[in-house]
Design a protein around this ligand. Structure first.
Ligand code: NDP
Ligand code: HSE
Length: 402
């Protein structure tokens, strides 16, 4: 039997307990052993909960119990999650987590600690919720030289963007719905400002390169500046607005960014809606592949955590190799990246826009006092200079990369 402990009995942690209970038979069969929840660590008590008797408040109870061999860290945040995870790994207990903030911050160190102590630090749930993406990168795509990873990596923002595009809902009420459904972070600023997607692409970029890509170095924009009018223009142009996170290798240099993009129907990500996420990976011999599923929510995320628990149960004290070193991988500036931009500007400055940007494609979505246009291909740096010089400039959205 494998006795496990769950740290944090919130949305994901309670989901882990539920998945283990609901799928008990198949999980035990696949793990080759019985998997049972022995402890649940939380700050609160849960009177009346069927697992009330397993609740503890002191991590040492778990760390000092030799029967516990796997810990699910579903508390979130850096501390005390980092300290507890390191203590567990040093005690030879494997850790399975959904905590992408911690993985993005300390992934390489935690993996090394697991390796040094013949156990595992697994984080399938940290990117894409229930979508299997970490295991494919670590196992199925290891023969590939990966050239591009691009995806919709945040369920909350995709839910909000879908509601705004499809029902004309406003930002605040769509965010509230996402929070009610358990998709959003405790501080939803991490979702809507793009920080969560940024941490996730940093994790994927680190696995792609085997080195540490620091999320602080990734250019990041969220969705808070998007308005109802932006969606009117997108519709008029036959485009969809999505928060994309990407990392790309060009001649040995790496570029990464997170920002809202207008994408067209040819892009398979255009139809990824609501809480769903998708990750598009281009390998040099495989070509294109895509991974799709629920990017957030209690049971899908918990399912991914439990899949890691099963892996730990199957491997015992054997470390599963994961190439992610602490050496930092420098990223290149996005200044030189070329793309088209969609721009909104005040009525009356059409000629000025043409003089600055050259052959622009004008569009009218019926918004009073303004017009929209699409620039020709232009670098980020040039665009920043020219848009600063455009007197009636209102806003811009990047268009799919060339
Ligand atoms: P919740 O806030 O719902 O759950 C966290 C739980 O941990 C709460 O019960 C909290 O107690 C408890 N907790 C916090 N600090 C401590 C502590 N020091 N000791 C013991 N218990 C503690 O968060 P989620 O379940 O939504 O998220 C957990 C992690 O999973 C986060 O890292 C999140 O980013 C990640 N994640 C979440 C997904 C989702 O869809 N929700 C999807 C993928 C990943 P209290 O409430 O009393 O503070
Ligand atoms: N808040 C995150 C999201 C949870 O909405 O995608 C899943 O990581």
């Amino acid at each position: 039997m494998v006795s496990i402990a769950v740290l944090g009995y919130g949305t994901v942690g309670s989901g882990v307990v539920e998945v283990i209970e609901k799928n008990r038979e198949v999980i035990d069969r696949r793990a080759g052993k019985k998997i049972r929840v022995k402890y649940i660590l939380d700050l609160r008590d849960f009177p009346g909960d069927p697992y009330e008797d397993r609740i503890v408040h002191d991590i040492n109870v778990i760390l000092q119990d030799p029967e516990v061999s796997v810990i699910c860290e579903t508390m979130g945040g850096n501390e005390p999650a980092f300290t507890y995870s390191m203590q567990a790994l040093r005690a030879g207990k494997s850790v399975c987590t959904s905590n992408k903030e911690l993985v993005a911050n300390h992934g390489a160190e935690l993996i090394r600690t697991a390796r040094e102590n013949s156990c595992n630090y697994l984080f399938e749930a940290s990117v894409g919720g229930g979508i299997p993406i970490i295991r494919p990168l670590n196992v199925a795509l290891t023969a590939e030289r990966i050239e591009l990873i691009s995806g919709i990596l945040n369920g909350t923002t995709n839910y909000i963007l879908t509601r705004m595009a499809e029902d004309g809902s406003d930002f605040a009420s769509s965010l509230r719905e996402a929070q009610e459904k358990g998709y959003a972070e405790r501080n939803p600023e991490a979702d809507v400002e793009g920080y969560d997607a940024c941490r996730k692409i940093a994790i994927l970029a680190s696995l792609m390169t085997g080195k540490t890509v620091r999320y602080e170095e990734i250019y990041t924009e969220g969705i808070t500046k998007l308005t109802h009018e932006d969606f009117l223009y997108a519709k008029k142009l036959g485009q969809y607005i999505k928060l994309l996170a990407s990392v790309r290798e060009v001649d040995g240099n790496y570029y990464a960014m997170v920002a809202p993009f207008m994408i067209g129907e040819k892009n398979p990500l255009h139809s990824v809606n609501d809480v769903f996420n998708a990750i598009f990976i281009r390998g040099n011999t495989l070509g294109d592949s895509m991974y799709y599923g629920r990017g957030a929510g209690k049971l899908p995320t918990a399912s991914a955590v439990v899949s890691d628990v099963i892996d730990c149960a199957k491997h015992g004290r054997t470390h599963i190799l994961c190439l992610w070193e602490e050496e930092k991988l420098p990223l290149c500036s996005i200044d030189g990246a070329s793309r088209k931009f969609f721009v909104r500007a005040s009525q009356g400055c059409e000629e000025e826009a043409k003089e600055l940007f050259g052959e622009i494609e004008l569009t009218d979505a019926g918004v009073a006092g303004e017009f929209g246009f699409v620039t020709p291909l232009i670098t980020e740096k040039e665009f920043a200079e020219k848009s600063a010089a455009l007197s009636g400039f209102i806003s811009r959205i990047r268009m799919e990369e060339a």
